[in-house]
Design a protein around this ligand. Sequence first.
Ligand SMILES: NC(=O)C1=CN([C@@H]2O[C@H](COP(=O)(O)OP(=O)(O)OC[C@H]3O[C@@H](n4cnc5c(N)ncnc54)[C@H](OP(=O)(O)O)[C@@H]3O)[C@@H](O)[C@H]2O)[C@@H](O)CC1
Ligand SMILES: [K+]
Length: 465
Amino acid sequence: MIYTAAEIKQADATAFRQGMPADVLMERAASAVAARLTFRPRSSVLVICGAGNNGGDGWVVARESAQRGCDVFVYAPFGEPKSSEGERHAAYARRFVTIVEEPRDADYVVDALFGVGFRGPVTGKARDVITWMREQSAPVMAIDVPSGVPSDEASEFDGHAVKADTTFSLHGYKRSAFLTQTAPYYGTVEMVDIGLSHKSEWRVLTESDFDRGLLERDPYGHKNRYGHGCLIGGSRHLIGAPFLAARAALRTGIGLLDLAIPSEAHIMASSLPEAMYYGIDELPDKTYAATAIGPGLVDDERSDRLWQTVSRQSKPLIVDAGALTTEHLAAEGPLTLTPHPGEFARLTGRSVAEIEADRFRIASDFARQHGIHLILKGTHTLIVKPDGTGAVNTIQAAVLSKGGSGDVLTGMLLALWARTDRIDTESSPNEQAVLWHALAAQAASRQMHPASVLATDVIEAIGRI
Ligand SMILES: NC(=O)C1=CN([C@@H]2O[C@H](COP(=O)(O)OP(=O)(O)OC[C@H]3O[C@@H](n4cnc5c(N)ncnc54)[C@H](OP(=O)(O)O)[C@@H]3O)[C@@H](O)[C@H]2O)[C@@H](O)CC1
Ligand SMILES: [K+]
């Protein structure tokens, strides 16, 4: 689960209302972190504590580490925690640790300066303390958030923050763990469950969320069961894109595929004999299980005409690349848009930097406003539902930052939305396609140097995950 600072505060408030004392919750959270810290026996540890409750957690970690046999120093540049629970823990911890007036070398540094209560940017003394932490060669363990990193969005983030080796994230992930500007500051993220109830609009997707049943084939199944899809795309100079998408759809298991491309692209047809071909201006009058439009398409009168036809079908529609325009935001059936940040900037009238700094909120608002499914691509692709809730893909696949990757995803989406045996179930074709795409990219990069992996290699790896 992924939480905003406000949601965490709300979870805290609920726990207090239900009778969980604040100092017990702090003890519970910080003890859980201390138990996960693998300090070598008798090593020296410097804990840097702020004046908020993140600092309170730091005092508990300091005490517990001392009780486990470490030589612990606490540096509290802004004095003791302001809250009564933080103050109580600091008072008790003082018996077990050495207080220092200046930061000092140690085998490990624990960063408990700021947590989710931080509001950027960092100024004055805090800036110097963060600079000091950044200069240390000792491993830095951050409690909850690396200090200086905002929890929710990065629009004010100037890069001045602790670079943690490990961050122990309390209760759940923070959005900034998945933003391009701030994610690298977290190091390895370890989740620490502190027993609060979980309720969030955003989920984290890992490999275990991939439904391997999608790879299976029913021995009695008919090709129609796996859907008859239509892919529309291509233009004079962009001939390859629809073929990449079409091949990906077939490798993902679509039953039948019609490919509508401009006549210039028909010379490529022999490379994909499994598809059926139509001219882009002569779409057959059929109702498809699903349609995808956009790979290699240019935004012109022809694409507007095509839109009139495909948007009237009450079946799933996937819109990508050249078909992503502000005129194409409503259709009869379920609509999925798959922009990368540049395309999403055009759709929203915002800059790429604005989007990257606050992608969760902007993506959620957009999906809700238009009642559409949205896949906002990136290192951590967001998959958003029409109600604005969503999930983030955490399967890393650097090889996907290459031309053609988006076309492959579109083809995979088409294949999964077209599956008549699955579409009525709760399974989310968008989440499954994004996961499968990333897994295929990982499989391709196991077979050759990642720099060499092409979109066609990812397609060939779709069935090798
Ligand atoms: N449910 C959970 O997950 C639980 C979470 N818990 C822990 O509580 C943490 C949140 O604690 P929190 O709300 O007290 O805020 P925190 O992050 O310590 O920072 C506030 C301090 O920073 C200061 N400050 C802010 N911005 C600044 C700036 N730019 N430059 C300089 N100073 C700045 C601010 O100063 P002020 O604005 O008050 O002057 C205040 O002193 C959370 O991350 C987790 O570790 C557990 O203990 C219990 C369960
Ligand atoms: K911290």
